[in-house]
Unconditional design. Sequence first.
Lengths: 335, 335, 279, 231, 231
Amino acid sequence: MTLYAARKLQKVYDGRTVLDLPELSIADGGMVALLGPNGAGKTTLLHILAFLLRPSSGQLRFKDQPVAFHAGSLHQLRRQVVLVEQQPILFSTSVAKNVAFGLKLRGLKRHDINRRVDESLSMVGMRAFAGANGRHLSGGETQRVAIARAIACRPQVILLDEPTSNVDIENRMAIETIMGDIRDAGRSSIIFCTHDVSQAARLTDMRLHLAGGRLNGADYENTFHAAVHREGAQCWGRIGRRFRFPLPSTSEAVVRVAVNPRLIEIAAESPSPDNQAYNRGRVIRMDEEMDGVRLMVDVGLPLAVILSCQAYRAADFRIGDTVFVRCPSEALSLL
Amino acid sequence: MTLYAARKLQKVYDGRTVLDLPELSIADGGMVALLGPNGAGKTTLLHILAFLLRPSSGQLRFKDQPVAFHAGSLHQLRRQVVLVEQQPILFSTSVAKNVAFGLKLRGLKRHDINRRVDESLSMVGMRAFAGANGRHLSGGETQRVAIARAIACRPQVILLDEPTSNVDIENRMAIETIMGDIRDAGRSSIIFCTHDVSQAARLTDMRLHLAGGRLNGADYENTFHAAVHREGAQCWGRIGRRFRFPLPSTSEAVVRVAVNPRLIEIAAESPSPDNQAYNRGRVIRMDEEMDGVRLMVDVGLPLAVILSCQAYRAADFRIGDTVFVRCPSEALSLL
Amino acid sequence: PADDHVLTMSTTTSTQASGLLDILLPAFTEDTGITVKVIAKGTGAAIRDGMDGNVDVIFVHAKGREEQFVAEGYGTKRYAIMHNDFVILGSEADPAGIKGQGDAVAALKAIAAQKALFISRGDDSGTHTKEQQLWQDTGLLLETTTQTIVKKGKNTDIQFVYPGGLGEWYMSIGQGMGKALTFADEKQAYVMSDRGTYIKYKVGRKEGLDLVVLCEGDARLANPYGVIPVNPAKFPQVKIKQAEAFAEWLVSEKGQGLIANYRLLGQPLFYPDAIPAAK
Amino acid sequence: MNFFFDSLFSALQLVFAADPELMVIVGLSLRVSLTSTLIAGLLGVPLGFVIGFNSFRGKRVVITLLNTLLALPTVVIGLMVYTFISRRGALGALNLLYTPNAIIIGQVILIIPVITALTIAALSRIDDRYRRTALTLGADQFQTALVVLREARFGIVAAAVAAFGRVISEIGISMMLGGNARGFTRTMTTAMALEYDKGEFVLAVGLGIVLLTISLGMNTLLNYFQGRYAE
Amino acid sequence: MNFFFDSLFSALQLVFAADPELMVIVGLSLRVSLTSTLIAGLLGVPLGFVIGFNSFRGKRVVITLLNTLLALPTVVIGLMVYTFISRRGALGALNLLYTPNAIIIGQVILIIPVITALTIAALSRIDDRYRRTALTLGADQFQTALVVLREARFGIVAAAVAAFGRVISEIGISMMLGGNARGFTRTMTTAMALEYDKGEFVLAVGLGIVLLTISLGMNTLLNYFQGRYAE
Ligand SMILES: Nc1ncnc2c1ncn2[C@@H]1O[C@H](COP(=O)(O)OP(=O)(O)OP(=O)(O)O)[C@@H](O)[C@H]1O
Ligand SMILES: Nc1ncnc2c1ncn2[C@@H]1O[C@H](COP(=O)(O)OP(=O)(O)OP(=O)(O)O)[C@@H](O)[C@H]1O
Ligand SMILES: [Mg+2]
Ligand SMILES: [Mg+2]
């Protein structure tokens, strides 16, 4: 079953189209990460998927049924989907009552409510705060209570908008574990936004990349503004202070490019020292990815390069090594 | 000159001491990171340093002058310090007017104001939004404008509360660059909170670790709740599902421990397979640190281990390698 | 207008509401160049205004209290200007059967005997004072309530006299004449009113009244109006010259004539007292 | 000053004498004002919600009209209601005129715009996230309104308090529709107006002080319950 | 209904005849009410800020007292002011009684509690981050208040509109302190009261309709400027 299927979904604010999805389909029972730069439309999309925002045009189907955004029937749909906002807000009452809110609405018995409230708060490490006033919590505490409040409802779909942005390291792990457990138990589908690419990689097998309101295959991780200049017949793009790469001809002065981290060439030594397409850099970080290793190369700015396991074993890069990277034209997409 | 010097500074809410600093001193002209778990008191401290919150007791000196929190003179002090809140708010007018606000108050000429507004917005990549309404921006956009609004004032001290929590990758880099430039130019001192340890490591040489309102030498990075159990005479702590380590005797069922990442022992093979103090793990990430390399080892939860450059070169760990880690008692602090 | 060409007068609402002042004042201003600033309120409050020195002259209808006002030195002299008369009104049905009754006291007795609904203004106005007198003349057993208040630091009693049956058939509404008429009309009850207001309400407006005059002509039903300049000996700022000019003008042939000729739909409302034959 | 002390002492005497007539008047005033405030609240708060929560064409026009109705004079309300409920009016048969219920009808009309306009203003600054959060946690429209109401309670209580103050101190409607009949429809304010007309200023202000004392009592009670509720 | 149409047509006739007396009355009403609202705003809004912004012992008591003053009857205000400005009063020499200024004094007293209480309510839901942000960007107390005021403008304008509605439709004070002297202190409402006294109900409501029209005009203007300002 498809959980969500959208066609020609658009959201327009003051004439500006901030979300524009000709086609989108999300399967039931999985965990999906929504990635993309600020203003990409991630929050807007989540609000629509939570049935809280009416799209300007287009169709949305939920579990194969069309969603009628103007009708009163939304209430039934909303019961199945809970959103945790990017900057969640707690009702100005106790933390426990905040978490109990959705449970009371679902008609649970007092006893069950208390149990679930305790359970959910323990999961996010906020049980000690059950009696505290929701308005006086710190940023990360608030975020964690909001997550507890959502999962306590055990909805079929949980939408999380940057759920760990203000959460400390220990609890970030705890929340990722909760998300993984929920996915593994198949209880709920989870869709979440994040700027933490490795978090997305760790947790999900489906990642949607939004930019400028559109879905694109291009990798969000290496999305940059590049200054364009011309040397003879060749167009060059420059990112940051020194990273340069050949560009297809363009008349713009600044372009937005996405560089596919899997198609970047990386070598321990420059094949020809004069080749301007090769940029010197240092390996500053390495991360395990689902099917390989992500290197972060400092070329004046951090560039992600993903190597397959074999390529990584073969090349044997170490932290601090000097490397040379080149962006072949097939790695580039102009946005 | 010391920028801030605090003695016996406390903040108490409803009988709970959320900040308790017997002694604190921050030098002028540097960049300081404030680390610590949620609810540690980071935001509270920043608010006090911004002269926006009155401590419950104790003394604060700013540039060697005592700060009189009850007096009207605060206005003069506040002119020198600008805070960007954890969840910043923009005035409900245009983005440009938001950024111009502090400049107008400082009596700049219209022309200079426009220039600086442009400049600051460009720095955070929000120039295209100058005319947009501040209330309708996305989370990351808001955060970036708030940073532009603060740096436009060119204050002597900039306080940033998790400045990049909602910012996308490209702009996170940009903001780190701006912070670095400001530090390098020696224009302003910067004090910022973050949960991103590598960001703190990259940018600063002084890091303050807060936990439960107190400064402690223990490393924030490896701070965990550990379940205590007893096997014969020996006390063991367990973190997550399987990571275990010997503990000094304690009567608590759960303790909070900090594990110093520089004192953890790590080896490619377990010295004795039966030694329960050795935990099997996988290297999932490596990061360049100021004076070494940080390994992230998945032992059921991510444990940071910092190696010196030589040790790293010598051990030659790779991503995906299986390793064995042990926490000797000198690496542990009970909090 | 310059300050000494403005005269401030407090008066009862009836003189204003009847429309008489709209005839008198423009003529007076034309003759003398003096503008009159009219403050209309309840009789008690109007007299009070004079006692507080807020006005230069008062124009009211409560003969007893006016004489007391002069006697206590607040006013210089009472000028008798005009009178109209009171009538007792009721519905056509006339449950107490007082139609044509020439004796007001007898009419009230009949109403009380029938316990027919009677609306009293109950506001200490000239009309109310007159009504209370008539009730006293009936010799019926009257009731009194007393309230004690403090005035100038001393306890003072305020008394309120009414026939038995308050709230049963006797309604005390504490409002002006017009409102008492509306109230009585609504309840089809008996009410005592000055003729001027009655005519104004009965025929002067579209809504009309379903009340008719049942008892009239008793000498005790006369309703005299007086004008009293405020005493400059008490309040030196009083514009005594203008105030006297106004009073003199009202009792002059011109003023008396205007009063005599003021008619509403052909019915005279007031009868001049200084020159009864004025035309 | 003398005058003020006279009034104060008169007020004290009235209260200590526990003048039965005064008690009746006070009781009526309270009953009428509380009922009007309650009814107007039950109508005006939801109305404010409907207007404040939804965006529709002409919303600003509706708000402007509401603001205009804040200037509805009591005489107009009194006369309009009068024409309906007087003997000759459409509802004459109900015999409402010169009863406490007539006052209530007029006062409700008087303060519905007040409560509605102030409810809208109170809602205007309630973070939209409260509404969204309630909805996403499974609340229906009504439950969501309750959540927002809870957050806006300070403003809405202020609206109700302002409305109550307006009606308990109101004279025109009580006079015109109630009729100030002694023992039946005489309220604190019509009694005061009467004493004023009679020139008994001390008594008028004395009654006013009694009225303010009652209002103080009501507000103290309210404050007490708000305090307990906020805990 | 007939009655209503009669009144409507009378109102139209009054307006189209551009009766000079009516113009004077309308002018005075507007001048007095706008002045009172302005003065009360200049006093009440800052007062609301001082109370709302600061936390001090007895704050709740102060708010309770303010709420009590919302029930201050016009008769009491009228009489208190009267005793001060009447000839015998402390300020008798100023010759204020029965002038438009006397009305303004009384009306200002009437609505200061309204504006103050509603300002406090409007501030209660303004996010404290606005204040902090203004302060940290270098604003002094006053500039910070302006920032918060700007954010709370909807609520504060609502307070001012409610206060304006209150005074322009108010009768008691205008009557007692103004005296309803034709050509001097006759306002829309006292004229209405007079017509009502005379039994000219149609004319009274006609005047009321004119008054509402003026109030509509004022609110439309306000809405227009608010709209422009919000851009
Ligand atoms: N109510 C609104 N009116 C006008 N523009 C809006 C409104 N809400 C959002 N936008 C714009 O729509 C775009 C998408 O916003 P959205 O919040 O969905 O971004 P996002 O992907 O969640 O970004 P972030 O990573 O910063 O949270 C932004 O550029 C924002 O300025
Ligand atoms: N007004 C308040 N009343 C009561 N408790 C408060 C108040 N403000 C903060 N606290 C408590 O003080 C503690 C410290 O809060 P603070 O906001 O300083 O934490 P923090 O270190 O910034 O956390 P985070 O990483 O989540 O932002 C928290 O536990 C919080 O619940
Ligand atoms: Mg977002
Ligand atoms: Mg914080």
